[in-house]
Design a protein around this ligand. Structure first.
Ligand SMILES: *[C@@H]1O[C@H](CO)[C@@H](O)[C@H](O)[C@H]1NC(C)=O
Ligand SMILES: *[C@@H]1O[C@H](CO)[C@@H](O)[C@H](O)[C@H]1NC(C)=O
Length: 389
């Protein structure tokens, strides 16, 4: 019996010790687990915040990359335009000077030559025979209203015949010719006129009449300038205008792809191309051969441009707003750089009916022939010398 009690006591103590061991082990395990959990939590938080930082860095890097891309694109655009211009000038020079010997010349030299020859050309072409610029619109006269909202009317800008021509509409093939302005004003409609039927229809309002020839713009696949003899009623000549990718030259007159103008120096073309599509370009043409003699990219925007005219080698672009306001000359470009936007007076036209569909300058009379919503209007200009500021 004693022995049994002893054994029991031993067993009991062993069990108690065993339990203590188990308890101890359990506590340790729990502690380790908690350590690991908190370590794991800490790591996760750190990873998360590192990830967030990385993301922010990536976003800002992407943003700056985007910006760099944009600057690069703009630089490339600028370079593209310059290359186009130099190419055009070189083309032009080649036609002027015949074939060039094939030699390696570095770009700087070419550029210098281009500038040099350009200066010479300028001097050659633009010993302008006149030096006038607009100072204001002195008077306005509304003659009558014939025809539709868009059209063009003009006197022969060469001056000898005194005949008046009406181009009613933007895509027709019959011009109305009146012997004098008086005949036009007293005619009921077109009753006192002679019909001039041209072989192909005109496009837009960009025509001129000069020394008994109509120069009209025709558009099929290409833009053509057609020269039509009003005396024997036949086409004298016709050329494809030597630039590609035309866009309508004036933002507010989309039918007019290209405009022609006559001033004291002769025939000009006013146009725009996709390569320089925000601005208006111009070219001097030979009215006899229809050759293009020189081209310029002007700084005058196409947007909100209504029409334009040229006086003594200076382009005057007339602007309006989409909700018809008062037309005004707001951009000028002088081929001799004698008139700048800062120097040119801000010329406002008197309040009118709608838009100017066309404005044609007559160098003999210093009048503008305007077509405004079917009304035929004359603006009398007062002039000053270009260098009197
Ligand atoms: C002028 O053209 C318009 C359309 O633009 C037409 O309605 C009108 O009859 C034409 N006028 C004359 C006199 O032919
Ligand atoms: C029309 O006149 C011009 C000269 O004025 C001449 O060159 C041309 O051959 C004439 N055309 C016709 C069809 O008579």
């Amino acid at each position: 019996m004693r022995g049994f009690v002893l054994l029991l006591a031993l067993v009991y103590s062993a069990t108690a010790q065993h339990q203590a061991l188990i308890d101890y082990l359990e506590r340790r395990l729990l502690a380790i687990e908690q350590d690991r959990i908190s370590l794991w939590q800490e790591q996760t938080t750190r990873y998360a915040s590192e990830l967030r930082e990385l993301k922010q860095q990536m976003v800002s890097q992407l943003e700056s990359l985007d910006k760099e891309k944009e600057t690069l694109r703009m630089t490339l655009d600028g370079v593209g335009t310059r290359v186009d211009r130099v190419e055009r000038e070189l083309d032009y020079l080649e036609t002027q000077n015949g074939a060039q010997p094939c030699v390696d010349v570095d770009d700087k030299l070419i550029e210098q030559q281009v500038t040099l020859v350009k200066e010479k050309q300028k001097a050659k072409y633009f010993k302008l025979t006149c030096s006038d610029m607009i100072s204001s619109i002195k008077a306005m006269k509304i003659l009558k209203r014939v025809g539709g909202p868009k059209g063009m009317w003009t006197k022969d800008a060469g001056g000898a015949s005194g005949k008046v021509y009406i181009f009613n509409g933007t895509a027709e093939d019959t011009i109305n010719e009146f012997s004098t302005v008086q005949d036009f004003t007293r005619s009921a409609g077109f009753s006192l006129s002679t019909d001039l039927k041209i072989p192909s229809s005109w496009k837009g309002t960009g025509h001129v009449v000069y020394n008994d020839h109509v120069y009209y713009v025709n558009q099929e696949e290409e833009i053509k300038v057609v020269k039509f003899d009003t005396k024997n009623k036949s086409i004298t000549d016709s050329v494809v205008f030597p630039v590609q990718d035309h866009v309508p030259v004036y933002g507010l007159n989309p039918e007019t792809v290209m405009d022609l103008a006559v001033d004291e120096e002769g025939l000009w073309a006013i146009f725009a191309t996709r390569q320089n599509e925000r601005h208006i370009s111009m070219a001097k043409m030979d009215s006899n051969s229809l050759d293009v003699e020189q081209m310029w990219d002007t700084n005058c925007p196409r947007e909100n441009a209504e029409t334009a005219f040229i006086i003594c080698g200076t382009l005057y672009v007339v602007y309006n707003t989409k909700q018809v306001g008062r037309s005004r000359v707001q951009c000028v470009f002088d081929v001799n750089d004698l008139v700048t936007n800062e120097e040119a007076p801000l010329v406002y036209f008197p309040k009118r009916y709608g838009f100017h569909a066309s404005l044609k300058y007559n160098p003999q009379e210093q009048l503008l022939y305007a077509w405004d919503d079917g009304y035929q209007i004359l603006y009398k200009l007062s002039m000053k010398k270009k260098l009197e500021i």
